[in-house]
Design a protein around this ligand. Structure first.
Ligand SMILES: NC(=O)c1ccc[n+]([C@@H]2O[C@H](COP(=O)([O-])OP(=O)(O)OC[C@H]3O[C@@H](n4cnc5c(N)ncnc54)[C@H](OP(=O)(O)O)[C@@H]3O)[C@@H](O)[C@H]2O)c1
Length: 313
């Protein structure tokens, strides 16, 4: 019997099981990266018809080998419009900037979203599938340990955050139901910078040790997508923040991981030479609403469960 999506530690086979009730239905994925590529792969393994857009030949090859119908094009262009099937049930926009600075953000997030809306509205019958857009908590500017949720002001100070907020506004013109998920910092299998740095012997880390680290595991993001697609009426035209709900000081997280590796806790010299980085504001991302309204529960409710699974892998 299939386990509940929200009942315990996870493997790829569990992710596949979440999508199994939708076998035979069609999913479109734009941005087949860490999150989007995993969704495309597990949904296809569950028997969905999956089409994915990528501009990356290596990704295209891997997805095609997994049975995904691949369209190779730039999201911001209209080159893919004629190739992407319109009779979809679910659509995921999980595009990220992929570098390129502010112009890369504008092209991938804003121009990409505009192209998506133009495509969906182009024909006499618009695309009515449920669109989920994975946005970011970088649309918030609050710092100083503030608690932030969907009702908080969005006045990003950085241009990147402003562009993501603009892309959210574009997405609201989607002709069917849409849901925006504002994600905290993503980690999971094959994506664990802090663990990699400590494994490599780093004794100092960038950022402020006392700042809260708001994280969400990749598989919990996929759980949030599934929760929204399961409740299209409730999730329609809604914005949710998605974080594991257990923000801890970065120094606490780093010390915990370092101890598991048998190392001393790293230092945080702040703006020291070689460690200058964009500072993420210190805040606490609250994700109660998606739990209350869509029944989403993180399988990795804190960094401890998440990193324990990564350390064990
Ligand atoms: N990473 C985080 O901590 C974080 C935090 C909050 C929110 N988010 C959001 O969460 C979502 C998923 O993130 P992720 O980590 O899975 O991102 P990712 O691994 O960087 O994947 C994003 C994908 O988008 C593709 N892409 C970007 N611009 C494109 C374009 N113009 N045309 C076609 N494809 C394009 C990239 O393709 P290429 O391989 O060709 O570059 C990449 O495969 C994104 O929407 C991101 O903004 C991420």
């Amino acid at each position: 019997m299939t386990r509940s999506p929200f009942s315990g530690p996870n493997r790829d086979s569990d992710l596949v099981a979440w999508f199994a009730p939708w076998a035979g239905r069609r999913l479109l994925v734009f941005g087949a990266g860490y999150v989007g590529g995993t969704v495309a792969r597990v949904a296809r393994a569950a028997g969905l018809e999956v089409a994915a857009l990528t501009r990356n030949p290596a990704t295209a090859e891997a997805l095609a080998a997994a049975g995904v119908d691949v369209v190779v094009a730039d999201f911001a262009s209209h080159d893919w419009h004629a190739q992407m099937p319109r009779d979809a049930d679910f659509v995921l926009n999980a595009v990220s900037s992929g570098g390129g600075g502010v112009e890369g953000y504008r092209r991938s997030y804003v121009e990409g979203a505009r192209s998506l809306i133009a495509w969906a509205c182009a024909a006499s019958v618009p695309v009515r599938a449920h669109l989920i857009y994975t946005s970011s908590t970088s649309v918030y500017a609050q710092g100083g340990g503030a608690r932030v949720d969907e009702a908080s002001d969005t006045e990003p100070v950085e241009e990147n955050g402003r562009l993501i907020l603009e892309s959210e506004r574009v997405v609201r013109a989607w002709p069917g139901p849409w849901t925006v998920l504002r994600l905290a910092g993503i980690y999971g299998p094959d994506r664990h910078l802090l663990l990699d740095q400590l494994r490599a012997g780093a004794t100092e880390l960038a950022g402020r040790g006392e700042h809260h680290l708001n994280l969400v595991h990749r598989d919990d993001i996929i759980g949030a997508l599934v929760a929204a697609w399961r409740c299209p009426e409730r999730a329609a035209d809604q914005v949710y923040t998605v974080a594991d709900g257990c923000p801890e000081a970065k120094a606490t997280v780093a010390a915990w991981v370092a101890a598991r590796l048998g190392r001393e806790p790293p230092g945080f010299p702040g703006e020291g030479a070689g460690l200058r980085r964009r500072q993420v504001p210190d805040r606490v991302i609250v994700s109660d609403r998606i739990q209350r309204e869509l029944g989403w529960r993180p399988l990795y409710p804190s960094f401890r469960e998440g990193y324990a699974s990564l350390l064990g892998a």
